[in-house]
Design a protein around this ligand. Structure first.
Ligand code: F6R
Length: 330
């Protein structure tokens, strides 16, 4: 371990990351499910950290099947507390007018994909409250609750955001809602969602009739039609006046410091070519422009990818590798 002075003034070690290249997406999800099931089975009253998004869904399905076939210890499961990385702030007036959109909250996602099947009681489903009227206070309370626990999160699952090209550099690779440039010492905080993200998310806050009126496919991101002036004036006014206000403007997320400090082990999952640049950048060296590269500051972190997501790495063949940070040569 090397000790470095962190720009924030905090001292954090630099460690290797374990990389697992899986032969397929199915194998990746199964290996992640096994890692989580082992942690649950071997820990008394386990605290497990969960992510939402498309990446872990198969893993959650597999955990449910493993539970049904007796591979997850029922006693451990009955003491499990789940901690989620992030949650939207959904305007209460939107929720009152359109209760159906509550289905887009991450709390609902976790119930649907995991907690209901595992019968995790409500008070052990920890996630910032989407209906809070004081998101900053909610974040501070969540942070305090995470840190006051007698035991840390046994394993925190993380998805990986894609990169984007800015000034000739591929930056990005978010974890939670921590975008490029977020301090590695950040705590649970409120994030203002970009207009780009809100337009993409608006598809989740529209009825099918509204999509039809706007000429959108069921899961189409309206960005191109909106920005490319492909909406008629009526459609554009309708989109801005009736739809966009519903889409959450803010979210709450564990900070990168929170993730590093409150978990015994971290597990990033990523599949598909679309994540290959983010995986490559995350495994270079710790760099605050690449949030996922913060894993170099944790003594027990694993990145598990399929071969498509490993496409830009030196290690593309299925197997396990130890990744040390590449020194910066200038
Ligand atoms: C979700 C989260 C996000 C996602 C990431 C990848 O709780 O924190 O960081 O993990 O955006 O999303 P998917 O898996 O949909 O590609």
């Amino acid at each position: 371990m090397t000790i470095i002075a962190h720009p924030s003034g905090a001292f954090r070690g630099i460690y290797s990351i374990k990389l697992i290249v899986a032969p397929s997406k199915g194998n990746l999800s199964a290996r992640a499910a096994k890692i989580v099931a082992d942690k649950i089975n071997n820990t008394e009253n386990p605290h497990i950290g969960f992510a939402t998004g498309s990446t872990p869904i198969d893993t959650y399905n597999m955990l449910v099947s493993m539970h049904r076939s007796g591979q997850v210890n029922g006693e451990s499961l009955s003491g499990l507390t789940g901690w989620n990385l992030d949650e939207y702030v959904l305007d209460r007036s939107v929720a009152a007018k359109h209760p159906e959109f509550k289905a887009q909250t991450y709390r609902h996602f976790m119930g649907e994909h995991l907690y209901n099947a595992l019968k995790i009681p409500e008070d052990r489903r920890r996630i910032p409250d989407w209906s809070t009227s004081d998101p900053a206070f909610e974040c501070a309370s969540y942070e305090a609750t995470l840190r006051e626990r007698p035991t840390k999160t046994a394993v925190q699952i993380l998805g990986l955001g894609p990169t984007e090209l800015k000034d000739g550099l591929h930056i990005g690779g978010h974890i939670g809602f921590n975008e490029s440039g977020t301090s590695f010492s950040s705590l649970t905080h409120v994030v203002e969602l970009s207009q780009r993200t809100r337009i993409a998310n608006s598809r989740l806050f529209m009825t099918d009739e509204e999509k039809a009126f706007l000429g959108l496919e069921i899961d189409e991101d309206p960005y191109e039609k909106f920005e490319g002036n492909l909406f008629t004036t009526n459609q554009k006014e309708f989109f801005i006046g009736n739809i966009l206000w519903r889409v959450p403007k803010f979210a709450m997320t564990m900070g990168i410091g929170t993730i590093l400090d409150t978990s015994d082990s971290l597990l990033i999952m990523a599949y598909g070519e679309g994540k290959s640049q983010a995986v490559y950048n995350a495994l270079l060296r710790p760099d605050e422009r690449i949030p996922a590269s913060a894993l170099f500051h944790h003594p027990d972190s694993t990145v598990i990818v399929d071969q498509e997501a490993a496409a830009l790495l030196r290690f593309k063949e299925p197997g396990e590798y130890e990744i040390k940070p590449t020194p910066l040569r200038i």
